[in-house]
Every structure is written in C-alpha cells, then in structure tokens.
Design a protein around this ligand. Structure first.
Ligand SMILES: *[C@@H]1O[C@H](CO)[C@@H](O)[C@H](O)[C@H]1NC(C)=O
Length: 381
C-alpha cells in the first residue's frame, strides 16, 4: 500500500516535471538553426534561392471523414492528375475517424496521396481543443496513427502530420505530440500577418515570430517539429480566410469569378516569394457550390501545365524545404514512389460505442473490431 502510494506520487511528480520541463524557446539565430532539421520562422526562400529558381508548390488539402459521400469528388478531381514533370500530383487528406471508411483511405493511399491526421473524436467543442493537454492529444492523434495504420492497412511510417479540429491550437501540447509520436509536422496554425510575402514552413527549435490568431500558440522549444503555416487568402472584401470555404466575401456561384479569385490569391505567392500556396477546403463545400469546384478543376488543369508549379502533398513540401534544390534540379528528380498496400474489404457492424448510444458500421481492411474504435480504445478491443 505504502509502496503503491509512493509510486503513485512519483508518477504524479514525473508528470508535473515533464510538463514544466519544456524549455522556453529563445530568439532564433540563423547561424545556429540550419537545415535540414532546423529553420527559423521566416519569409526567406529556403537555401537562399531566387524566386525564379524556386518551385512553386500548390498544396490541396481536404479535412474530415473519408467516405462514400465524398470519394467520388476525389476520384473525379485528383486521380491520375500529373504535374508538368510527369510526376503524380499530390494532395493531403487530414482524416478524422468518425464515419471514415478505411477501405477508401487505403484507396487514397494507393493512389499516392498523403494520409494525415485530424483527430479521432473531432469533438465540436473548441474549449476542449484549446485546453487539451498532452495526454488528451496523445489519445486523439498518437493513437490515431495506430488506428489508421491498422484499419486502412498503411504503414505507420507513412503518416507524418496532423491538423487540429477548427485549427484550434493548444499551446505546446499538440506539437509535443508531433514530436514524441514520431511525426513531422503540424498544419493548424494560420497567419494573416505573413501573407505577402508568405511564411515558409519552419521548426520550433527557436521562438516563432508568427502571429497567433487562435491562441494559445506554442512558446516552448520543441526541436525538429515543423510548422506548416496556413497562409491566409484574401477574400473579395480584403478579409483574410484560412479555408477557401470560409472566405466571407466570395464569388458565390460564378465559376469565372471563382477562377479569377483563385488566380489572384495564387499570384501573391507565384509572383512573390513562392511560399507554398494552400487550397484548404472541405469536400462538402463542393456539394453546395459546383461553380467553385469547376473553377478549381480549371485552376488545377492550368497549373499542371506550368513548368515551375507543382501540386504536391504537405510532407513533400517539407522534404523540399529541408533540402532546397533549385527548380532545374527539382524537375530532374525521380517521382516519389509508393509500394501498394492491399485491402481485403470487410464490413463491420453494428458496433456499439463507448461515447454514444448510437451504433456504427465501418468498412476496413482487417478483421472487425469488437466495439467502435474511439479515444482510449483505438483498436476497438
Ligand atoms: C509552453 O511551454 C513554455 C515553456 O515551458 C511555457 O512557458 C508556456 O507557458 C507553455 N504554454 C502553455 C500554453 O502551456
């Protein structure tokens, strides 16, 4: 009993210690912080390249559950698309667990797209995310690596990044999870101050100079953890928007106006410091606005024909930043390859769950879980 108590105290002490132990980040010294594993927050082009020698990356991302409601859009919009260098065009999916069909996640993976994490619960409660501690976020994201890898049959080593629901940061915690779960980047942090020229990805070894739009932002030094900033667009009224489907003054249902709107935001990057250009959206937006979808198709068709613009996933952007080679070398490189991963599709259900009375069905690439997987029980044992 006594031993147990002492042990218990030790564990509590260790936890308190672990949390207070994080060193405060110091101002960044570019002499000490060097690629490939450290970069100061900055609008400078990596490797000191001139804009014309810098590949313009376009990063298209989709958030939330992957299922039969949205897969047709993905199939029509991005499958078999190629960049001008003949490499497959990339896209990153930030997948949340609920209502996700893991056989379709496996399909996206085998099409060459990046599968990243958007939490298991995706609770609609921003206070929950704002105040989430390390342990909570480890269950939301750390365990989601295991869950996704298991049910979609994709290697854990191919999962690199996270995005917090509602882009709600939780101070140091989510970045600590990225670091200790063996991930590489977070893409939840918007900037409206560094859009022209745009902020490039950087690490948290040293103090960030990025504006904090959705506090609390991290202030600890978390070495080797990359921030993939969300460089805001400017809407038709000049207001910033992080997500394309959140732009307030938007072109409504006018396809041509949408096309011009995308180009206008793209050119701020392309004719500027070539910071990666993000098109961040939820597929559900296209089901209510087909003009916006058609305009995106036109935009992608256009950039896929430009010699210096590349649609790649978030992880590839960071790989390039770590090793910034000029455009003429970049186009010579071999295309990223991926070993296909089989899926024997199984439908499971009805599955009871611990967090609601509701029952679930899920399609997976493995044997069925006993209950619906959730935080604290990612394999549904
Ligand atoms: C992040 O860590 C730093 C350094 O330990 C600390 O000063 C700061 O309060 C932490 N931020 C939050 C929101 O807990």
């Amino acid at each position: 009993m006594r031993v147990a108590l002492i042990l218990c105290n030790l564990v509590v002490l260790a936890l308190v210690y672990a949390e207070s132990e994080l060193p405060l980040a110091e101002p960044c010294d570019p002499e000490k912080c060097k690629l490939p594993d450290c970069r100061c927050s900055s609008v400078e082009i990596p490797g000191g390249l001139a804009p014309r020698d810098t590949p313009q990356f376009v990063l298209l991302t989709f958030d939330d559950g992957v299922n039969i409601n949205n897969i047709e859009t993905y199939r029509a919009l991005i499958y078999n698309r190629k960049n001008k260098n003949s490499c497959p065009a990339g896209t990153t999916f930030f997948v949340s667990h609920e209502y996700t069909d893991y056989s379709l996640v496996n399909e996206l993976y085998n099409q060459g797209f990046e599968i990243a994490l958007h939490s298991i619960s995706h609770r609609t409660d921003d206070v929950y995310w704002r105040t989430a501690d390390y342990e909570t976020l480890m269950k939301e994201f750390g365990d989601q690596i295991t869950l996704t890898s298991h049910f979609a049959n994709i290697p854990e080593s191919e999962i690199f990044g996270i995005r917090s629901p509602f882009l709600q940061l939780s101070g140091n915690s989510s970045f600590q999870v990225v670091s200790s779960a063996g991930l590489k980047y977070d893409s939840s942090w918007p900037t409206t101050a560094f859009t022209d020229p745009g902020l490039w990805p950087y690490t948290l070894d040293y103090q960030s100079t990025q504006d904090c739009i959705v506090p609390p932002c991290p202030t600890a030094s978390i070495p080797g953890t990359w921030v993939m900033p969300i460089v805001a667009w400017s809407d038709l009224g000049g207001l910033p928007c992080s997500f394309v489907d959140a732009c307030f003054f938007n072109p409504g249902h006018d396809e041509e106006a949408w096309f011009q709107f995308i180009i206008k935001n793209f050119e701020r990057h392309y004719l500027g410091n070539r910071a990666p250009f993000g098109y961040y959206v939820h597929e559900a937006f296209f089901t209510v606005n087909d003009a916006a979808r058609r305009a995106l198709v036109r935009f992608l068709d256009m950039i896929n024909n430009l010699n210096d613009v590349f649609m790649v996933n978030a992880n590839e952007v960071i790989n390039w930043v770590q090793n910034p080679i000029p455009l003429n070398e970049y186009v010579q490189k071999d295309c990223p390859r991926r070993t296909p991963s089989a899926c024997r599709v199984t439908s499971c259900g009805p599955l009871s769950s611990s967090h609601t009375e509701m029952q679930y069905w899920m399609r997976i690439c493995n044997s069925c879980p006993r209950t619906y997987p959730w935080i604290g029980n990612p394999l549904g044992l």
